[in-house]
Design a protein around this ligand. Sequence first.
Ligand SMILES: Nc1ncnc2c1ncn2[C@@H]1O[C@H](COP(=O)(O)OP(=O)(O)O)[C@@H](O)[C@H]1O
Ligand SMILES: [Mg+2]
Length: 252
Amino acid sequence: MVEMKNISKSFGAVRALIDVNLTLHKNEILGLVGDNSAGKSTLMKILTGAYNADEGEIFFEGSPVRITNPRESRELGIEMVYQDFALCGNLDIATNIYLGKWPTKKGWLRKWFVDVKTMDAESWRILQKLKVDASSVKLKVEGLSGGRQQSVAIGRVISFDPKVIILDEPTANLSVTATQQVLDLMLELKNTHDVAMIIISHRLQDIFAVGDRVMVLKRGRRVGERVIKNTHEQDVLSMIVQGDAYEQSRRD
Ligand SMILES: Nc1ncnc2c1ncn2[C@@H]1O[C@H](COP(=O)(O)OP(=O)(O)O)[C@@H](O)[C@H]1O
Ligand SMILES: [Mg+2]
């Protein structure tokens, strides 16, 4: 689905990414882990066009692509759910799902008006599809629990009908129940909607609950990766903390 090859990125003297490779297969959930400042968000922002890499190549569905801005990434079918939801709390669920791309009515004058009926119906359909149990799309987002807000943020991304979704710490600051809702939602998307996902999380139990594979970054370098069903949390934790030294010791 996605291949990032030899990606490097510096911010002034800070080398955020050094020669990093990443592969995401079709219909796969890939966990991306590493300590603070390892380069996880930077790598994903390069994939969404928020940042441009200094070096490296990106392939999408086998073809080389140039992603220089978020629009190009969206056109390929890549969407990112940001850490802080990026929703407007004082607006309702439907308006948030369609933020900035509201459907308009038909007709020369009417086209200046948002087609609220269509927007509400489509938003309701998306919530049903995601099995989110909100009673109405007219509820204000700020009154929703953290888990439901995260679901609305994911619903917004789904409305673009993406092939790849990147989730940056989707369960940070969520309750146990809300975390489970988000993880269930991810599995639902993978199993019934054929979406491939990359999840950044510092909670290894979440990665192990939904992931197929996990890749570890440390100080801007790729340490290695594991197939989830062939590993355990302690193994991945050692990769995160000790990095190359741990991988070397395993080979010796
Ligand atoms: N816009 C930016 N300007 C300057 N430095 C940045 C910027 N974005 C990230 N960095 C730096 O790049 C490194 C990697 O950051 P980041 O990708 O956010 O790591 P992670 O998401 O793994 O915590 C850090 O040292 C961070 O300070
Ligand atoms: Mg980050």
